[in-house]
Design a protein around this ligand. Sequence first.
Ligand SMILES: *Cc1c(COP(=O)(O)O)cnc(C)c1O
Length: 370
Amino acid sequence: MRIRLSKPYFGDKQSLMDFIEDVLDRGFLVQGKYVSQFEEQVADFLGVRNGIAVSSGTAALHLSLVVLGIGPGDEVVVPAYTFPATANVVELVGAKPVLVDVDLETFNIDPDRMIEVISPKTKAIIPVHLFGNPAEMDRICKISKTYGLKVIEDAAGAMGSKYKGRSCGSIGTLGCFSFHPRKIITTGEGGMVVTDDDRLAERIRSLRNHGVQPRGSEYDFVLAGFNYRLNELEAALGISQMDGIQMRIDERRRLAEHYMDLLKSIPGISFQKTLPGTMTTWQAFVIRSQKKDNHSILDWLQKEGIEATVGTYAIHLLRYYRGKYHYTPSNYPNAARLYLSTMALPFYNRMPRKKIQQVVEALREVRDEN
Ligand SMILES: *Cc1c(COP(=O)(O)O)cnc(C)c1O
C-alpha cells in the first residue's frame, strides 16, 4: 500500500452531497449564493471585511498586483524560496520580481536582507507564510511603511495560521489563499483574496468577472478584467470544509507534533522553526536533512512506496529565471540549500498514526543503509 503525500478530507459526505444537489436543482452554477456564503464564511473566520473568491491562489495573487496598478518598470520583493507562482505573477504583470534570500530555520523571507534590495522602483512586498509558517509580519510591515510599499501576503497554505493573535492573510494590504487539494481546505481548484479595503475589494470583484459593474438593471464594463470566477459547486465544497476548519487545524498540529516526537530520535533531521507568538497550521510537513542531499532519500522513499517530494523551489535555479536574470546558485545560498535538503513527507487530515510510523521507520532505514 502506497502512502500518499496528501489526501483531501471532505468531512461529512452526506451534507456535502446535499449542498451539491441543491446547486444542481437550483441550476445556478456561477456567481450564486454559495460563492457569497463561502466568501463571508472565510472573511469572518479570518476577521477581515472582504473576501473575493477566485479560481486559484495564482489568480488571487495576479489580481492583487493588477488592482494595485503594478506593472512594467516596477519591482516587487519576493522570497527566493517559494512556489514559483509567487514570482510568476510578478512577471505576468510585466514587473520585476526582486528575490530575497530566506532564513534557513523558518524557511521564510529574511527582513534584514529585504532592506538591501529596496529601490525607488519597489512598489510591493510579497511575504510568503511558507507551508503555513507565519512570516515576520511586524518587521515586514514596518519596512513597508518606511518605504511606502504595499504588502501582499501569499497565505496560500496559511488558512488559520496566526501571527501574534492575528490571522495570516489579514495583516497586509491584501491576503491571498489557495484551495488546491494540498492546502488546508480545498475546492479542487480555487482561491480567495481578502482585504479590509472596501474600494480595492470592489475593484477585485469587478476584475474577477470581466471588469463588469452593475448599473441598475444593466451592466457596464469599467475595467479590462479576467474570468477568474469560482463556481457554485466549488464554493459548496469550500463551505462544507470551512464548517470543520478548527478541527482540521487542531488535528494537523497534533499530527505534526507526533511526527516530530518520532523523528527526534533520528540524528541529522531538523524541522521548520516557528517564531514565538506564532502558530502554523502545517499546510505541509517539511523536514530538512542535515547530512545528505534530499534526492537520494526521496528516491529511497519512492521505492518503499512512500510519496514524498521536495519542500518547494529555489526560484533562481528555475530555468526561466536563471535564463532571464543570469542567476547562479550562490546568489541565494539559503534558498538553494533548502531546495537540496528539504523533503515534504506524507501529511494530511485523518492520516493514520501507523502510517506516520512507517514513514519514520523508512527514514531511519535510509540513514542506517548509507
Ligand atoms: C499553492 C501555492 C500557490 C498557488 O496556488 P494555486 O491555487 O495552485 O494557484 C502560490 N503560492 C504558494 C506559497 C503556494 O503554496
